[in-house]
Write a protein of this length. Structure first.
Lengths: 295, 220
């Protein structure tokens, strides 16, 4: 069983395997199941992700009315063709947003690694699918590669916003996605780790400050930026750029930053954007109108 | 290692919006229901720290009651759980505690009916993963991800060996086991996580052992 990214990369490279293979084999061993069963369960999760994106791209709205419809706006903008950044990046962003808009509307999603950060991994997967033309099995394996890196973060640091801030949620999700993009694009296991490190370094310190305690503002747009961050870091790693700080040390830094983060910035809706005048006004409006429905 | 499966990371499939505050809460509620063994008539639910501050926004209240109604994380009836509980005549009270807790996402659930009551503390540690940390005053660690049995027994020598002998006789493998007691020589609790589901016959066999007071099963 691998305990950190260095061991994971070492196992993959010494056995001439991909990160996803190492994760699949470990899962088979831990749960005593066949390869078909393990891949089958992940295939079902992939289907849930596809359905969530599809639903979000048709347009949804949350009960609070704070989020919804942005995925549709972005798709229409892409169709017009005069975008500035890049079509695949914007596609990833719109599909990440779509997933989180469905999540905010209490729809069905697959947590990757959490619900609040559920957009990044599928958003990037379905966008790079358009250029890399993967088979269904390669798409399933993308999720195992993401899962392998998330597994290390969850066990050595945290994937909980209440424990480590948004860096632990969207930060982790973005790093996981970046690593999986690299593998799908034909990069090496160590390039996967570089991509994860580069991504997470740029998410360090990100606080969890949801307005009214809802997984909406700023969560949906943080997934958008998390997806774009993952795409850029993957390209950087594939270009041969390395992180000066090794991936495991970045994960450890993230953990320690989370421990030093005040409780007001860890999913309590007491600080950051939640405590802005507009954040407070929205909170009062949402719970002031019909608190009886909730109590 | 707290997380053992890749599906703790890529998963669960769930109703939004929060894996820790919605899916995790539903799982805590469902473990409570499973340990109680029947639908409760009333529930008193205390939220601490992040749970206390944000439960309305995250639907933690809805989800935990959904769990008490035996709904899984992806069951869309969770959204209507408070209304469903009301229709069934289950009285539910929520308490926002101001005290600090061991973990920022902590819930204490007391449920009961005319035959008895039960108190349980659950924490939601991220990504939908939960642990049960307290049951009727006993400290324990129960992930809720594997079938498990809880055995209340007198703190006497041989009690633990007798239970594990029965399991081994049925070729049941123990994945994790711990024992806790309130006081030496008094009442104690065995928490045993196993790889296979345990049949009613095996539970009955354990109940017939000397020094065993109560046996409950938590099915995966």
């Amino acid at each position: 069983m691998f305990r950190n990214v260095a061991e994971l990369v070492e196992m993959a490279e010494s056995q001439n395997k991909k990160i996803s293979d190492i994760m699949i084999e470990q899962e088979m061993g831990v749960t005593n199941r066949s390869r078909e069963e393990v891949l089958g369960q992940m295939d079902k999760n992939l289907t849930v992700m596809e359905e969530a994106v599809e639903r979000g791209l048709k347009g949804v709205s949350s009960h609070s009315g704070l989020t919804g419809g942005d995925a549709v706006l972005l798709q229409k903008y892409i169709e017009k063709g005069n975008f500035l950044s890049g079509e695949i990046i914007l596609d990833a962003v719109s599909k990440a947003v779509a997933t989180n808009e469905v999540n905010a509307a209490m729809g069905t999603i697959c947590a990757t690694p959490t619900a609040g950060s559920a957009g990044v991994v599928p958003g990037t997967l379905f966008a790079v699918k358009r250029v890399l033309n993967p088979t269904r099995e390669q798409m399933v394996k993308f999720l195992f590669t993401s899962g392998a890196f998330g597994f290390v973060v969850a066990n050595n640091a945290s994937i909980s916003g209440a424990a480590g801030g948004c860096q632990a949620e969207v930060g982790s999700a973005s790093g996981m996605a970046a690593a999986a993009i690299v593998e799908m694009a034909g990069g090496t296991p160590s390039q996967c780790a570089e991509a994860m490190a580069i991504t997470l370094k740029n998410m360090l310190g990100l606080v969890c400050d949801p307005v009214a305690g809802l997984v909406e503002v700023p969560c949906v747009k943080r997934n958008a930026m998390g997806a774009s961050n993952a795409m850029i870091a993957a390209d950087m790693a594939l270009a041969g750029i390395k992180s000066r700080i090794p991936c495991d040390e970045v994960i450890d830094a993230m953990f320690k930053i989370g421990q030093r983060m005040p409780s007001a910035l860890r999913e309590t809706a007491e600080g950051g954007l939640a405590a802005t005048p507009t954040g407070r006004m929205l909170e009062a409006k949402i719970f002031g109108i019909a608190p009886a429905n909730r109590d | 290692m707290k997380y053992k499966s890749v599906f703790d990371i890529i998963g669960p499939v769930m109703i939004g919006p929060s894996s820790s505050h919605t899916a995790g809460a539903a799982r805590i509620g469902r473990v409570a229901r499973s340990l109680f063994g029947r639908e409760p008539k009333w529930a008193r639910i205390s939220f601490y720290e992040s749970f206390a501050k944000t439960y309305k926004g995250h639907g933690t209240d809805v989800a935990i009651v959904g769990g008490l109604l035996d709904f899984d994380t992806f069951d869309e009836r969770i959204i209507e759980a408070l209304n469903i509980a009301k229709e069934k005549g289950i009285s539910v009270t929520f308490i926002e505690e101001s005290a600090n807790a061991e973990h920022p996402n902590t819930a204490r659930i007391t449920i009961g009916d005319d035959q008895g009551e039960m108190e349980l503390v659950g924490i939601s540690i991220g990504g939908g993963k939960i642990e049960i940390t307290e049951l009727n005053g006993f400290h324990l660690r129960l992930s809720g991800h594997h079938p498990a049995i809880l055995v209340v027994h007198d703190d006497r020598h041989g009690a633990i060996a007798a239970v594990s002998n029965i399991l081994s006789g049925h070729e049941i493998n123990i994945g994790h086991m711990e024992v806790s007691r309130k006081e030496k020589g008094k009442m104690a609790l065995m928490t045993i996580e196993v790889d296979q589901n345990i049949s009613e016959e095996i539970l009955e066999e354990i109940r017939r052992l000397p020094n065993i007071t109560q046996v409950a099963r938590v099915v995966d």
